[in-house]
Design a protein around this ligand. Structure first.
Ligand code: HEC
Length: 149
């Protein structure tokens, strides 16, 4: 009887473990190069990933800053300049240039490595598919398609 219960719960655990990755199995590894990940990136899944960002960021046009700047159209912005009213660190503003898929991928892997001294207190998204999805969502939120050349 006990063994039966145990094997049922083992089977259940195996079922749950098999289901979670299957749902996001898009034939591309989270460690694949960015271009391959962006080909299967899904802005709707990125919207769910963005819940981790939403405590600090809004993305809709005309919405305000929170602990972090509003991100509407950030994919076209100069690094550290998307919101005119936000008090950015010199660490981020001195990076220079505009955001791109590749830069967002590096930033979101580990903000403190991309811009040492940044005030974005976020450990980073360690799953490369989560990063690709949220990048697709950042582009979609600004009305753009990702241009990841
Ligand atoms: C705990 C708060 C916090 C969280 C969570 C957070 N951020 Fe940030 N973010 C910030 C702050 C603060 C800055 C400004 C950093 C600076 O000036 O150094 C920033 C800056 C940014 C920028 C650059 C904006 C610009 O104008 O160049 C992007 C892009 C960004 N965050 C994306 C994200 C995404 C995507 C997530 C979730 C995966 C996220 N952030 C999670 C606080 C946060």
């Amino acid at each position: 009887m006990r063994a039966e219960v145990r094997s049922t719960s083992l089977a259940l655990a195996a079922f749950v473990a098999a289901c979670a990755p299957a749902e996001r199995d898009r034939g591309v590894s989270p460690d694949a190069p960015l271009a391959a990940r962006m080909k299967v990136a899904d802005a709707r899944m990125g919207r769910a990933v963005f819940r981790q960002c939403a405590a600090c960021h809004t993305i809709d046009a005309g919405t305000g800053d929170r602990d972090g700047p509003n991100l509407h159209g950030v994919t076209r912005a100069q690094v550290g300049h998307n919101s005119a009213r936000f008090g950015y660190t010199a660490a981020l503003q001195s990076v220079g240039g505009t955001w791109s898929c590749a830069r967002l991928d590096r930033w979101l892997t580990n903000p403190a490595t991309f811009a040492p001294g940044t005030s974005m207190r976020f450990p980073g998204l360690h799953n490369g598919l989560d990063r690709a999805d949220v990048i697709a969502y950042l582009y979609a939120g600004g009305g753009d398609k990702p241009d990841c050349r």
